[in-house]
Design a protein around this ligand. Structure first.
Ligand code: ADP
Length: 651
């Protein structure tokens, strides 16, 4: 076994690999970009080496610097994680040329599976079922149109170099073919520098079922399947193992096909063989076809770990160290059911727009597995994938595991950025998903309901009241309030989800309050865990970056911004000379330019955050000395936006 390995990755996967290495007594070396100097994976590793600037091209994709870091630190092997250099055969060759071990397959195996057309041809030869279609060299428009006709519509055009759903177009009929071909080609050219395409039969009610394989270069075994049919624009959202409705017969057929695929290329290490399955008539052993093989560890590997009880990273390390396959096929267990949900910083309602921000609060419920590369206080930067965590749960049955997933999502708390948490929660409670009626079109069909959580009026009142009490400086638990208590009556305005709520707050004693707000009056009682509003359990509240976050479980996370105190606080923050972003958001409009005169109260900038627009106004009369942002910029809470001229500027 190795004494020391280097992890050529970042985020949750780097942390996850480091955890297993540590458990195996293997020392770890992290690499990091300038943006990641304080990242969790750097803190988790025994040693860390800086490898360049924030953009991946200048750091995590610089194979030579990573190899140099391994040599300098005496690491014997390099684990690539997923993404970045994990499927780059030239990197594998360079690692081996440097006398190091690549924890993964050979460069040849990666090359064999790198292009979808060549991989399909190879699999066909190996007797693995492939999707009916055309994957030849002739890229002539008419020839491809003829091929589509022969296959029969609907068809799917795919980039041979494809990945991440790019360069892919579904075509319903011949009339749409030319335009779709052009669009797929141009997307493929831009994304992969290769515009060759293949044509496939579009599988109806498609399900994505993949098989985890491991090879030692000679033999191969499979660790059963994962169902990744819950997708949004061909991106996985929730994965599970085993696949709902799987029969022993189908499992055996798919497992055998996957192992045949791995053996055909003398596969070594962890890999995934992805199949598309026609789910229109249940799962049938003659209705699954090879799509592609991913020659690395997958994001969703934890569900396989949960149902097999095996550590896939441990297997990777043992195989790379030359130990051979740890278990024979018959000895690989399969028990219970597991789900993984991918928690992202993204604005679902705005079309799943990736978001950034500093995580003012991040907490997961006990008893679940949360694979994460960020902690409270860390930043989701625009440079990398905005994944916050993978939430993994297991149970004896699918029903139990799914309930646990829904519960875990309700109890996960993230503040400081918008997330897809509510969307995931609604997905976990989707009736079709609950009965295992999954296909890749489920999310798109029900997107409207899934994307938009409309809170119950009573819940919204409790949320606004809880936030108003905190905005007024009355935290539930604070006992010092006793001594300092004075009769209080205050009017507050809170902005939430594009709406403004006016609240009249009357404190009747140290631990009782009445709040009058739209839709009625609510009563609040102080409790060690927060304020009990109208008899409900206290809602957890966190103050961060100028906003107040209320965690209402299945009802969602609400970010509320006190409107009036905000303007004052901002003016005070810069000593009355400028404005800062009160929360992370997008600069929507900048009304002024450097050098122009403004009057107090004049709108300067519109900041869009948490689905609403905030107009930030001039705190006083003056001249704009400096403009720090432009329209379209994503800013952090507290980022300076504008500075007004001071006397020093003039002097
Ligand atoms: P990429 O490499 O770009 O991710 P894949 O070939 O893995 O592309 O396909 C991504 C997704 O597209 C699949 O998970 C599935 O949802 C859908 N898909 C792919 N091929 C077909 C097909 N022939 N019919 C229907 N859906 C398909």
């Amino acid at each position: 076994m190795f004494q020391k390995i280097l992890i050529a990755n970042r985020g949750e996967i780097a942390v996850r690999i480091i955890d297993t290495a540590r458990a195996m007594g293997v020392s770890t070396v992290a690499v990091y970009s300038e943006a990641d100097a304080d990242a969790a994976h750097v803190a988790a590793a025994d040693e860390a080496v800086p490898i360049g600037a924030a953009p991946p091209r200048e750091s995590y994709l610089c194979g030579d610097r990573i190899i140099a870091a391994a040599r300098a630190t005496g690491a014997q092997a390099i684990h690539p994680g997923y993404g970045f250099l994990s499927e780059n055969p030239d990197f594998v060759a360079a690692v081996e040329a440097a006398g190091l071990i690549f924890i993964g397959p050979s460069a040849e195996a990666i090359r064999a599976m790198g292009l979808k057309d060549a991989a399909k041809a190879l699999m066909e030869q190996a007797g693995v079922p492939v999707v009916p279609g055309y994957h030849g060299d002739n890229q002539d428009d008419d020839h491809l149109a003829g091929a589509a006709e022969a296959i029969g519509y609907p068809v799917l055009i795919k980039a041979v170099a494809g990945g991440g759903g790019k360069g892919m177009r579904k075509v319903a009929g011949a009339a749409d073919f030319p335009a779709a071909l052009q669009a797929a080609r141009s997307e493929a050219r831009n994304a992969f520098g290769n515009d060759a395409v293949l044509i496939e039969k579009y599988v109806e009610q498609p399900r994505h079922i993949e098989v985890q394989v491991f090879g030692d270069g000679q033999d191969a075994v499979h660790l059963y399947e994962r169902d990744c049919s819950l997708q949004r624009r061909h991106q996985k959202v929730i994965e599970e193992a085993p696949a709902p409705g799987m029969t022993p017969e189908m499992r055996a057929a798919m497992g055998e096909a996957a192992v045949r695929a791995a053996r055909a290329i003398g596969y070594r290490g962890a890999g995934t063989v992805e199949f598309i399955v026609d789910g229109s008539d249940g799962l049938r052993p003659d209705r699954f076809w090879f799509m592609e093989m991913n020659t690395r560890l997958q994001v969703e590997h934890p569900v396989t770990e949960a149902v097999t009880g095996l550590d896939l990273v441990e297997w990777q390390l043992r195989i790379a160290a030359g130990e051979g396959l740890p278990l024979a096929q018959e000895a690989i267990p399969l028990t219970g059911h597991a789900f993984e949900a991918r928690l992202y910083a993204e604005d679902v309602a705005a079309g799943f727009l990736p978001a950034t921000g500093t995580l003012a609060h991040l907490a997961f419920p006990p008893g679940i597995r949360a694979d994460t590369g960020v902690r409270t206080g860390d930043t989701i930067s625009p440079f990398y994938d905005p994944m916050i965590a993978k939430i993994v749960v297991a149970g004896a049955t699918r029903g139990v595991a799914l309930n646990r997933l829904a519960r875990a999502l309700e109890e996960t708390r993230v503040a400081g950025t918008v997330t897809n948490l509510g969307f995931l929660g609604r997905l976990a409670r989707h009736p079709g998903f609950a009965i295992g009626d999954v296909d890749t079109g489920l999310i798109a069909r029900d997107l409207a309901e899934l994307a938009d959580g409309v809170p119950e009026p009573a819940l919204l009142r409790a949320v606004v009241a809880s936030a108003a009490l905190v905005a007024a400086g009355l935290s539930g638990a604070a006992l010092e309030g006793f001594a300092l208590w004075q009769p209080l009556s205050r009017d507050l305005v809170l902005a939430c989800e594009g709406e403004q709520f006016c609240v009249q707050l009357r404190l009747h004693g140290p631990d009782r309050a009445t709040l009058v707000l739209e839709g009625g009056e609510v009563h609040a009682i102080r409790h060690p865990e927060g304020w009990i509003v109208d008899g409900h359990r206290p809602l957890p509240v966190v103050k961060a970056g100028g906003a107040i976050y209320v965690f209402a479980g299945a009802g969602g996370t609400f970010g509320l911004v006190p409107v009036d105190p905000l303007a004052r606080a901002t003016a005070e923050g810069l000593g009355g000379d400028g404005i800062e972003a009160p929360m992370p958001g997008l600069v929507k409009v900048v009304y002024v330019a450097a050098g122009v005169g403004v009057t107090a109260g004049q709108p300067l900038v519109i900041l869009e955050a948490m689905k609403m627009e905030h107009t930030l106004t001039a705190p006083r009369d003056g001249i704009v000395a400096e403009l720090f942002v432009a329209e379209g910029d994503q800013v952090e809470a507290g980022a300076p936006l504008i500075r007004l001229e001071t006397e020093e500027d003039i002097a």
